[in-house]
Design a protein around this ligand. Structure first.
Ligand code: FES
Length: 107
C-alpha cells in the first residue's frame, strides 16, 4: 500500500498508508490530519484541500487540469509553484513516498 507523508501546519509529520486510487485528500481527512478542510468533498469547488507538494514529487504527478488551475486561484494561503489541490492527487504505487505539506489556513 503506498505511503503518503503529510506535514501539518505546525510541522508535525504523519505518514499514512493509502489505498491506490484514493485521493490524498480522502486519506488525510480520514486520518484527521490537521491543516485540511476539504469542504466540498473533492468536487473541485472549495480549494480548502490546498497543499504544497514536496520535492521531488511535483514533477512525478500529472499536471493540474484546467479546472484545478482555476480553483488554485482561490486558495486562502499563498499560492506557490508547488501548490496543488489534494483532492486531485490520486495515489498510485508509483507515488509511494509522496510528501505534501498543508498550509496555515484553508479559508
Ligand atoms: Fe474541495 Fe478539493 S476538496 S476542491
Amino acid at each position: 500500500m503506498p505511503r503518503v507523508t503529510c506535514i501539518e501546519p505546525d510541522g508535525h509529520t504523519r505518514t499514512l498508508s493509502v489505498d491506490a486510487g484514493s485521493s490524498v485528500m480522502r486519506a488525510a481527512v480520514a486520518a484527521g490530519v490537521d491543516g485540511i478542510e476539504a469542504q466540498c468533498g473533492g468536487l473541485l469547488a472549495c480549494a480548502t484541500c490546498h497543499c504544497y507538494v514536496q520535492p521531488p514529487w511535483l514533477d512525478r504527478l500529472p499536471p493540474p487540469s484546467d479546472d484545478e488551475n482555476v480553483m488554485l486561484g482561490n486558495v486562502a494561503a499563498e499560492r506557490r509553484p508547488n501548490s496543488r489541490l489534494s483532492c486531485q492527487l490520486i495515489v498510485t504505487p508509483a507515488l509511494d513516498g509522496l510528501t505534501v505539506q498543508f498550509p496555515e489556513r484553508q479559508s
